[in-house]
Design a protein around this ligand. Sequence first.
Ligand SMILES: [Zn+2]
Length: 144
Amino acid sequence: MKQQVFEECPKCGNVNVQQLDENSWFCLDCDWDNLTEIATGNDELLTSLLHGDIHSRRIAAQSLINIGDVDRHLASPTDIEAMLKALNDEDADVRYFVAVALGKLNARDCLKRLKQLAQDDVSALVREGAQTAIQQIEAHVEKE
Ligand SMILES: [Zn+2]
């Protein structure tokens, strides 16, 4: 199989495209990705998120943020407990996706943990993702 290389995002044209593994790419600026391999049920998704190998943990975490894509399994508020555990994953990509997904879920109970990540995580990507999530959640709080 020929390896695909994306130098820019086919959807928004930005160059913030990241490679997960050989043929898996996603855009940091919009929701674009070329991932097709996603678990079939939420339970399965959360199981791979917490217990899979590094590839399946990344795929599972990434699929949590495809809000609006009905064929995929998205995070729902009942997943938050598992997602909080996944914020401790040793892999920065996993922590990043989970943080972003928590922001999209408006998971206000996770604010404290997200603020910790935004400050202390070793990965700049994760700190940025957590910061985005915090802003999203706090914007909701202000509207109420
Ligand atoms: Zn994009």
